[in-house]
Design a protein around this ligand. Structure first.
Ligand SMILES: [Zn+2]
Length: 308
């Protein structure tokens, strides 16, 4: 009923009174009907936005997908609100990356959902390999490599078919097409970065190792080895010295972090700050799908490499 009233308010605001009358003559409230049809669809909850885009690419309208991490939030330090927990409770399927990235999403109660940990069994690289003793374990940012993304998309298929069995053929066909697109994207990264072989990159946190490796570049150095925790002055001084020695002129900041540290470091090396983003943004037409996000990141990376 709340949805229905909301729709009426909107319509009145646009002065389309005859439509409101017609709605009653036809015997109902379109918003209420829409709400009912949404409730009929199986709900998929995902920890981070790129996974929601994969689900939409593969399942189309067959399922309702909800991203648990709000835009602008940091997945490494997020604490879900009661509203987000309530969303998760409706899910038939929960998708997470795993490897410690989104434990908060895995800890939510989902009484009706199966949970798919997409990183399981995939080839990983160690986290912060340059700084032993600081962060350890496999790096969880696997989705930033389109080829690993294609493997994860293949895993979605049986899980989505289980909750939407009537759409099996459509789901399988769409997944196949999308995986081919992701493979091609992986090749595009490698080709575009060929002229920059061996070049080093400094990013805000270690979200881009898999992306850089697919580009054929070495793994990154990071401003914050522990996302959300300030690095020591000594660490930053060593990083600046390393950057000068490597002739790195760009620090890649990130939309969800304050750019302050990146700016300080950029001044220190007489360089500039550009952005890279591992999460995408449903509100930004340049980064509102996974494929657009990776292409946007590639353009940013190339700008940085050309400037360096
Ligand atoms: Zn991260």
């Amino acid at each position: 009923m709340r949805l229905c009233l909301h729709a009426h308010r909107q319509l009145t605001a646009y002065l389309v009174i005859p439509s409101v009358l017609l709605m009653f003559l036809l015997g109902g409230c379109p918003a209420a009907r829409e709400a009912a049809s949404v409730a009929d669809k199986p709900v998929v909850v995902v920890s981070i936005y790129p996974l929601a885009d994969w689900v939409r690419e593969v399942a189309g309208e067959a399922v309702e997908v909800y991203t648990l991490l709000p835009p602008g939030a940091n997945p490494h330090s997020f604490e879900p609100t009661p509203e987000i927990a309530a969303r998760a409770a409706q899910a038939s399927l929960r998708l997470v990356i795993g490897l410690g990235l989104d434990e908060w999403a895995q800890s939510l109660q989902t009484p009706r959902a199966t949970t798919l940990v997409l990183s399981e069994g995939l080839e990983t690289v160690p986290m912060a390999a340059d700084h032993p003793g600081e962060a350890s374990g496999p790096n969880p940012h696997l989705w930033m490599d389109p080829v690993r993304a294609a493997e994860m998309v293949a895993r979605l298929v049986p899980a989505l078919v289980r909750i939407a069995p009537a759409r099996r053929e459509e789901i399988e066909r769409r997944a196949e097409e999308y995986q081919a697109q992701l493979q091609a994207l992986g090749e595009e990264l490698a080709k575009a970065c060929q002229p920059y072989a061996g070049r080093r990159v400094i990013t805000m946190h270690n979200a881009y190792d898999y992306f850089l490796l697919r580009c054929g570049l070495p793994t990154e150095k990071v401003v914050t080895p522990f996302p959300g925790k300030e690095p020591s002055i000594q660490y930053l001084q060593e990083l600046a010295a390393w950057a000068r020695q490597q002739e790195v002129r760009v620090i890649f900041a990130e939309p969800v972090f304050s750019p302050k540290l990146a700016e300080v470091l950029a001044r220190e090396i007489d360089g500039q700050v550009l952005l890279l983003d591992p999460l995408g943004d449903p509100q930004d037409p340049a980064r509102d799908t996974y494929v657009k996000l990776i292409k946007w990141d590639l353009q940013q990376l190339l700008r940085g490499l050309q400037a360096g």
